[in-house]
Design a protein around this ligand. Structure first.
Ligand code: ATP
Ligand code: MG
Length: 1078
């Protein structure tokens, strides 16, 4: 989701005023109070229009994080609280988008935070400009040039632990897209006197301490150095250590930075060798040696150090030694050699050390430039960052301070010019009437210093070039003459001439009233420093060095290129380079950062009002505000102005349709702001008094509260409404779904019902049609039949006359006969065997002969049965008759019967006639014996059996003893009434006798026999033939037998297996005799 754009303004949550243009009332006190108030709230940046005032916090604040960079990125200048990033962003965007070269001028006194500010600007630009491997390398090199230059060019001073002792201007070059291409660094006037002497409480350049603390033993040995600072005269000892600074670590950082910037290893080595040589030079000491001419000549005390220097730098020791003792002056092809006294020798030594170091520094800058220079020739956009030493007022101010302060004077000049110009241009651009504003223009001071005919620098040069004795005093005298009347120049002498005396000024001093305050300069050293003289012998000795770097640093030592013309003085060189710089700056769009130092103690949280007041004064901040406010304190483009205040008027709230300017006009009319309080420019509204703006702000604040309530109200309404709408929508959806579901169900029901009804109707219709069709078919068939008959009749009627009467019938009968004949003839051959039990019979040939065929089969069977029977004898016939009789009596009635069918009835089993044993019995019987067989007679008392011979004759039934053959009982057949037997597979049977008969006196008989069926059959037949009465044969499993007086029930029980397969009989009680049949 796109981040919501929140329109903010500098005016939001403001502590004091973010832009001092809005201060009311405007005076020094309010300005300082405002700065203090903001400083106390960690707001170290404040604007004066587009100028950023930065108060050094002396502690790290969390306001430079990558998030902050993002916050300020692409935001309008006045959109967020004042910040150096806002200025950097404005400058960068204006460079990138509007193609305007930029310069960022950072001013302020020593320790005010200029160098830090310049680094912040560079790091911000590096963070927001293009990315990519190549671009990143360029950025890294640009950023890493800082630690290198700081190590060699910065030193601890009483004002600042990391004071820049050189001026630096860096052009960062960009391509058309705003990606960095490279850079060019210009350096201004390194304070080289520091190399040989440092004021109390200050240090030499950082690099010396870093080298001694951070170098490895090996490196130190190689450079012939010792770690102990106290070994070196050039290093001040009282403040060799700086609190919170780790020189050893910084040494590593610097070496690393050098590597990143692109220094080769051998180059780094050479640089360190030069640094070591400078250090060691300080240890060379001289002693006077009297000469013949009575003058003193200096001699080196201890040549050891000199020897080591020469070894280190590859210089011939004797050459260098001589250069410290003699000075050769060439004039008109003549060489004059003079000896140096001790003081001159020391001067020469220090001059060499200073020159060596300052030239090394310039070489470093050039070397860095070589690395970081843009590799392309395309047109570049440039952003210059100027970090130049601040205005300095020391106890003893010398040539360096004079030069530095001159430079600051020039910067102030350009600041005034550009600010005013810009302001004026804006008024013209916006078509607003310009009102002149009084301010102090320091052009006059610049003129005092740089004027080509009577400026101080010109005067100094003139003195230096003048033949004859030239001293600082003669220079001061000249100044007194020339500048005596200048308002900003004071000296004891000049004032004396006008006011007789000015004892407040010491001798050999002059005072300049700079824009930032009065500074008293000691003239001592001015001439020397301006001359910046290095004896030719020394430069030639250096040129002869085997050390390539040192050789290259002293090109004037080359005898072939000897130049008798004096080199330009330090003052004129500086003036020229400042002039170039100013020219350069004037072509660019300026951006100002004015640094203020809150205290002298380098301490956080302390705001020394006196000190700040002084800076506010000399920085001309008040004038700055006044100029900015000339006429109008506040201006803003119409769009953001309308955007910010549109809620204050009904016509413009919430949207103004027309042009922004008209909107603002309506707004201001509506608010009844007096017309003299504002003016309409072309693109901006100009507000005269901050009061008016604050009034607007107050109104806005009130209105915002009302609007918040309104928004809250509307939001709540909206929330409820959307909730309600959502619920309603949901309800509709649910209802729709439910209706659909219900309709679907109903539809399904109707559909299935319809289908049922439809199927019934279709069935009914189909049946109806089928019926009709069937009826139709039957009608058709009937009609066809009728028609056929009818046709037949017709045909017959028609054709009868063609046939003889009954011919058909005859043909039919003949055919029939033929068929029957054929049938019988075939049957003759197929007749089966004559065996009555042969079941074979040929199959029927014609259906219509079916009954004939069956009848024929029956007749044939009867016939062959008859044939079979005809073969029987009378005996056989009798046997078959008996068997037939038995079948009729017992078949399907008695279980014993089937087993008897196969047994032939033999009748007299016992051959009584033949057996002599039964002779008596045979004799007793006259009649024919039908049955003679042994049976078991069941004892009526216990059910046990005794064998008896059973005899049946034509009229009687006899029982005889088996052994003796004596007749035991004789019953006439007429007395036998009934035979009873079971239906089971046993041979028991009872013979019931007629009651009252003689035979019955002993009771009925109960027998068992294997030939029961034969006996019963023969008994029945005999009885029938003799008495003409059918013997009653009762087949029942329970019957009564009359034993003497008692009737005993004989009961047959099936399934008793105890006695094997033989039926057993047992008397159970008086009335029951039980026969168990297996
Ligand atoms: N924005 C800042 N945040 C935190 N500390 C700061 C800031 N600006 C400056 N300082 C502190 O103040 C010290 C001095 O700052 P800096 O070296 O930038 O001063 P300068 O104006 O360059 O002085 P000189 O003119 O001597 O070079 C820094 O070493 C640092 O400790
Ligand atoms: Mg600095």
């Amino acid at each position: 989701m796109a981040k919501m754009e929140v329109k903010t303004s500098l005016l939001d949550n403001m502590i004091g005023v973010g832009d001092m243009v809005l201060l009311e009332p405007l005076n020094e006190e309010t300005v300082i109070n405002n700065l203090k108030k903001r400083f106390d709230h960690n707001e170290i940046y404040t604007y004066i229009g587009s100028v950023v005032i930065s108060v050094n916090p002396y502690r790290s604040l969390p306001i430079y994080s990558p998030e902050k960079v993002e916050d300020y990125r692409n935001r309008n200048f006045y959109e967020l609280s004042p910040h150096i990033f806002a200025l950097s962003d404005e400058a960068y965007r204006s460079l990138r988008d509007q193609d305007k070269d930029q310069c960022i001028l950072i001013t302020g006194e020593s320790g005010a935070g200029k160098t830090e500010a310049s680094k912040l600007v560079m790091s911000y630009v590096a963070a927001v400009c293009g990315k990519g491997a190549e671009v990143n390398q360029v950025k890294e090199q640009l950023l890493q040039s800082n630690p290198v230059l700081e190590a060699f060019g910065n030193a601890k001073t009483v004002r600042n632990d990391n004071s820049s002792r050189f001026g630096k201007y860096m052009d960062i070059e960009f391509d058309f897209k705003g990606d960095p291409l490279g850079g060019v660094i210009s350096n201004y006037l390194l304070e080289k006197s520091r190399v040989v002497k440092q004021p109390r409480g200050e240090r030499n350049f950082h690099v010396f301490y870093q080298l001694l603390s951070g170098a490895s033993e090996e490196l130190l040995n190689k450079l012939k150095l010792e770690r102990d600072f106290s070994r070196y005269n050039y290093l001040s000892l009282d403040s060799a250590k700086v609190n919170g600074v780790d020189d050893a670590a910084n040494f590593r950082t610097v070496r690393n930075a050098m590597q990143i910037v692109g220094f080769m290893d051998h180059e780094v080595e050479s640089v360190l060798e030069v640094v070591a040589a400078v250090l060691k030079l300080g240890n060379i000491e001289f002693k006077p040696e009297s000469r013949v001419n009575g003058l003193d000549e200096s001699k080196i005390k201890d040549k050891n150090e000199l020897k080591e220097i020469c070894e280190l730098t590859g210089i011939d020791q004797s050459v260098l030694e001589r250069a410290f003792s003699f000075r050769t002056v060439e004039a008109k092809q003549e060489k004059v050699s003079t000896t140096l006294n001790v003081a001159q020798a020391y001067y020469a030594r220090d001059a060499l050390a200073k020159n060596l170091y300052s030239r090394l520094f310039s070489w470093l800058v050039n070397r860095i430039n070589e690395s970081i220079k843009a590799q392309t020739k395309v047109r570049k956009k440039v952003m210059g960052v100027l970090d130049i030493y601040g205005f300095e007022i020391f106890e003893d101010n010398s040539f360096e301070q004079f030069i530095i302060n001159y430079c600051n004077e020039k910067l102030q000049q350009i600041f005034i010019e550009l600010t005013l110009k810009e302001e004026q241009e804006e008024y013209i651009r916006e078509d607003i009437e310009w009102t002149h504003i009084e301010y102090f223009n320091n052009a006059i001071i610049c003129d005092l210093i740089e004027n080509n005919t009577n400026g101080i620098l010109a005067m100094l040069d003139e003195e230096c070039l003048r033949p004859g004795t030239v001293t600082d005093e003669t220079f001061l005298e000249k100044l007194n003459q020339v500048c005596a009347t200048h308002q900003h120049f004071e000296s004891r002498m000049s004032k004396c001439s006008r006011f007789l005396n000015d004892t407040s000024l010491p001798h050999s001093c002059f005072r300049i009233q700079h824009y930032a305050g009065k500074v008293l300069y000691q003239v001592e050293g001015f001439v020397d420093k301006n001359n910046d003289l290095l004896y030719r012998d020394l430069s030639q000795a250096m040129w002869k060095a085997g050390h390539a770097l040192i050789k290259s640093l002293f090109p004037e030592g080359n005898p072939a290129k000897i130049n008798l013309k004096r080199p330009p003085t330090a003052g004129s060189q500086f003036k020229a380079s400042v002039a170039t710089l100013m020219k350069n700056l004037q072509t660019k769009n300026p951006n100002y950062i004015r640094c203020i130092k809150p205290n002298d103690k380098k301490a956080a949280h302390i705001f020394n009002e006196g000190l700040v007041c002084h800076q506010v004064r000399y920085l001309g901040l008040l004038e700055n505000v006044r100029v900015r406010r000339a006429g109008y304190a506040f201006r803003q483009a119409y769009e953001p102005c309308l955007e910010r205040y549109k809620m204050l008027c009904k016509q413009t709230w919430p949207h103004w349709k027309g042009p922004a300017r008209a909107g603002v006009e309506v707004l201001f009319n509506e608010l009844e702001i007096p017309v003299e309080e504002y003016s309409f420019g072309r693109s901006k509204i100009f507000i005269r008094n901050p009061r008016t703006l604050f009034k607007l702000e107050d109104l806005r604040k009130q209105r915002l509260e009302d609007l918040a309530t309104l928004i809250q109200k509307i939001y709540r309404g909206w929330k409820c409404r959307t909730h309600f709408l959502l619920m309603r929508k949901s309800q509709i959806v649910i209802a729709a779904w439910y209706r659909r579901y219900a309709q679907q169900k109903r539809y399904q029901q109707i559909k299935s019902s319809t289908l049922v009804i439809q199927s019934y109707i279709r069935g009914w219709k189909a049946r109806k049609i089928l019926r009709e069709l069937k009826h139709q078919k039957r009608c058709e068939e009937a009609a066809t039949t009728i028609a056929a008959y009818w046709h037949g009749t017709q045909v017959r009627r028609e054709y009868r006359k063609f046939f003889r009467a009954n011919a058909g019938k005859k043909i039919y009968e003949f055919t029939l006969q033929r068929i029957v004949q054929k049938y019988f003839l075939e049957m003759k051959n197929k007749v089966p065997s004559l065996s009555p039990i042969d079941k074979n019979w040929p199959s029927r040939p014609y259906l219509f002969l079916d009954s004939t065929h069956k009848e024929l089969k029956r007749i044939f069977h009867l016939w062959r049965c008859k044939k079979y029977r005809d073969q029987f004898t009378d005996q056989q016939k009798l046997i078959y008759e008996e068997k037939l009789e038995a079948s009729e009596l017992f078949k399907d009635k008695k279980a014993l019967y089937p087993s008897s069918v196969g047994q032939p009835f033999q009748g007299p089993y016992l051959e009584i006639n033949k057996n002599p044993k039964y002779k008596k019995l045979k004799d007793a019987i006259e009649e024919k014996i039908i049955i003679a067989e042994v049976v078991n007679k069941i004892n009526r008392a216990n059910g046990k059996s005794t064998s008896r011979i059973f005899l049946l004759t034509n009229n009687n039934l006899l029982l005889a003893d088996q052994k003796s053959g004596q007749i035991k009982s004789e019953v006439p057949l007429v007395d036998v009434t009934k035979v009873s037997m079971s239906s089971q597979n046993d041979g028991f049977f009872a013979i019931h006798l007629k009651e009252g008969s003689e035979a019955a006196s002993k009771g009925d008989f109960l027998f068992s026999s294997e030939h029961l069926i034969e006996m019963a059959t023969k008994l029945y037949r005999t009885t029938l033939s003799q008495t003409k009465q059918k013997l009653n044969i009762e087949i029942s499993d329970e019957f009564l037998v009359q034993f003497r007086q008692d009737k005993v029930c004989v009961k047959f029980i099936q399934g008793n297996q105890k006695n094997g397969t033989v039926p057993t009989c047992k008397r159970k009680n008086n009335r029951l005799l039980e026969v168990a049949v297996p």
